[in-house]
Design a protein around this ligand. Sequence first.
Ligand code: C2E
Ligand code: CA
Ligand code: CA
Ligand code: CA
Length: 279
Amino acid sequence: TKSDGKGAFRFYEHSLAERLQARLNMERALHQALEQNQFVLHYQPRVDSMTGELRSLEALVRWNHPDLGLVPPLSFIPLAEETGMILRLGDLVLEQACAQIARWKQLHLPVVPVSINVSPYQFNHGDIRRTFAACLKRHDLEATLVEIEITESSMMGEQAEVSAELTALRAMGIKLLVDDFGTGFSSLSQLQRLDMDGLKVDRAFTSELVKKPEGEVFFRAIMSMAHALGMHVVAEGVETEEQLHALRALACDEIQGYFISRPVPSAEAELLLQKRFLL
Ligand code: C2E
Ligand code: CA
Ligand code: CA
Ligand code: CA
């Protein structure tokens, strides 16, 4: 019928226009969010798999949207990367993390390094080295109090430049971790050349570990090669005690995941600094 036809036409017309409009709105909102700093960090602990000792807190950004509430990073990080806004967002994240560590230090809390996610775009277009150095200096922090997490894909970028950048960061005393390991295409020889400190194995592999027999084979191979190359291994997305036990049996060094704690706001993270995790 006529109305069906019109409805169908309008559906397509709207879906294109709406998507463009939605994207524009989102871009505008993100610009405003950057100006007004509507971003907050939540922190998720990473602990020693044997002793439960707290090793680090990973900073995970959320957009505290005036109408929508806390928006998860995967719904705005990709747009921030596409538009280059990730540079300013990255600066805000770093600044907030360093300010937080400095506050915890002032309160004489037993601080641990805060681990910061850095996008490939920041590596290729930003000045990571100087940004980090300046922020640490501004807050009078030792470089060992921050760590950088980068995905395998960002290390594959402009090889020589990325490699020089990583070397400089490491020389400053900043630890470097490969994020989502196993989802990209880096070879362990590349990792050794780049002298990474640790591997964070993607949570897909943690979940397969106790589900599929091949899962254990994969982990065992990673473990032995990483250790031989002087890197420690972190399992991401540990949700069950069964997974913890399997990881311990494989001598996986550290774990992170809901089994230990979800990412929490800074006030709760402050309590985690003083907590003993009993595994
Ligand atoms: P990621 O770096 O791999 O961070 C881990 C993600 O897994 C977090 O999601 C965390 O909440 C979630 N997670 C932790 N433990 C578990 C678990 O046991 N089970 C399950 N199912 N999930 C778990 P979140 O906070 O939504 O962050 C998503 C991604 O957004 C991060 O993945 C990271 O790639 C990116 N991201 C977050 N903050 C930043 C940032 O400040 N800068 C950049 N460039 N990216 C960020
Ligand atoms: Ca990460
Ligand atoms: Ca990860
Ligand atoms: Ca090493």
